[in-house]
Design a binder for this molecule. Structure first.
Ligand SMILES: Cc1cc2nc3c(=O)[nH]c(=O)nc-3n(C[C@H](O)[C@H](O)[C@H](O)COP(=O)(O)OP(=O)(O)OC[C@H]3O[C@@H](n4cnc5c(N)ncnc54)[C@H](O)[C@@H]3O)c2cc1C
Length: 340
């Protein structure tokens, strides 16, 4: 295991902000996981695992503990059946490379998630998804090191309790597991319509009626490249805020002024509305503050266009939350995870 001290975290987080990790370990093997955990336990250090750092922020103080950078690679075909293939991936494999390879193999199941940054090991954490697919749909099981029982365990789909952008790893078991591999079942052949509205519209525009995984990937990449800033060139963490959950009365009140506003029923008389829309209506789309900028094509995305510190991001975040609250009486909440 490669262990370093006082390692700058900003190079490992796509927002390119944040202080230093007191200790930083590159995890290449399962033995490295155990060694890193034992080191942390022996020195009473808190731990945090990162993959691609595309959904994580560190503040200017950094992390006073051990950061484990998941780099464990590898893929193994476990089953090759008439209709599907079961593949186990090392948690440090890059999700988009896994998708690209699956498309080359003419497999369907994850192609609509093309271009989502990060590692496959992080994909179960928030049940990543886009354009009608999420990882839970292809998920078979994962292997993880359980820091409570100090043993490797296999967790099934039921164990992970996947929901919309949620699982036990973001919820009740936050910080407990180090995921070392993820196993997926991918179908042979072509994806079947109906596709997600925007994807279908684009396919129709091009007059495509015969669908392949490669065509869906290509279409999704075109849409995403237009809509989302590439974190390699413009630092960002994707959707910065969660969509807002409001009451039925609040929705009815808003719809009086904005009749086209859509609310999605979430149960218990609550409705989900687009936070991107709220930020846009608050006049903040494209707004710059403290070196941060609300993306001009997607108001849910906050980009770093020259911020010097996490403190600057925090001030921009406060201003956005306050302005939306002032105009709509809705307190929006951050989606991106914090290293703590
Ligand atoms: C431009 C952009 C677009 C995006 N679009 C989407 C989208 O369409 N849909 C979507 O769902 N997300 C999207 N995201 C968010 C992000 O890509 C996903 O959340 C992704 O899964 C994060 O992967 P990562 O490896 O970068 O995770 P990190 O940011 O490194 O980690 C995220 C969380 O997972 C935990 N974690 C990471 N690896 C492990 C592991 N091996 N074991 C245990 N815990 C682990 C971390 O501790 C942290 O809590 C986008 C982000 C960006 C920047």
């Amino acid at each position: 295991m490669k262990l370093e001290e006082n390692k700058s975290l900003k190079d490992y987080l796509t927002m390119r902000l944040g202080g230093k990790a007191r200790y930083f370990a590159e995890i290449q093997t399962k033995d490295d996981v155990v060694e890193a955990f034992q080191f942390a336990a022996a020195h009473q250090l808190k731990t945090f695992v990162i993959g691609g750092g595309s959904n994580t922020l560190a503040d200017d103080e950094g992390f006073d503990g051990l950061v484990m950078h998941m780099c464990l690679k590898g893929r193994t075909i476990l089953e090759d059946n008439a209709d599907d293939i079961v593949i186990r991936y090392g948690a440090g494999e890059i999700l988009d490379e896994v998708i690209s390879e699956s498309v080359d193999m003419h497999l369907t199941g994850i192609e609509a998630m093309s271009l989502i940054p990060g590692t496959i090991g992080a994909a179960p954490v928030q049940n990543v998804g886009a354009y009608g697919q999420d990882i839970s749909q292809s998920f078979v099981e994962l292997e993880a090191y359980d820091m409570h029982t100090r043993a490797f365990v296999t967790l099934s789909k039921e164990d992970c309790q996947f929901a919309y952008r949620a699982s036990i790893f973001r919820g009740k078991d936050w910080g407990r597991y180090i995921i070392v591999s993820v196993t997926l079942r991918l179908q042979k052949g072509n994806p079947q319509p109906p596709f997600y509205k925007q994807v279908q519209a684009r396919l129709d525009e091009k007059g495509i009626t015969s669908y392949t995984p490669a065509l869906i990937r290509e279409t999704v990449i075109e849409i995403r490249k237009w809509k989302l800033p590439d974190p390699h060139y413009i630092p960002n963490s994707g959707s910065f805020f969660k969509n807002a959950i409001i009451t039925k009365q609040k929705l009815a009140h808003l719809q009086e002024k904005y009749p086209t506003l859509k609310g999605f029923a979430m149960g218990n008389d609550t409705f989900k509305i687009s936070t991107g829309w709220l930020i846009d209506q608050a006049g903040l789309k494209g707004a710059s503050m403290y070196g941060m900028r609300v993306h001009d094509r997607n108001a849910l995305v906050l980009t770093n266009v020259g911020a010097k510190s996490y403190h600057a991001l925090a001030k921009a975040r406060e201003d956005i939350i306050a302005e939306v609250n002032k105009q709509f009486g809705i307190k929006i909440v951050q989606e991106v995870l914090e290293m703590h």
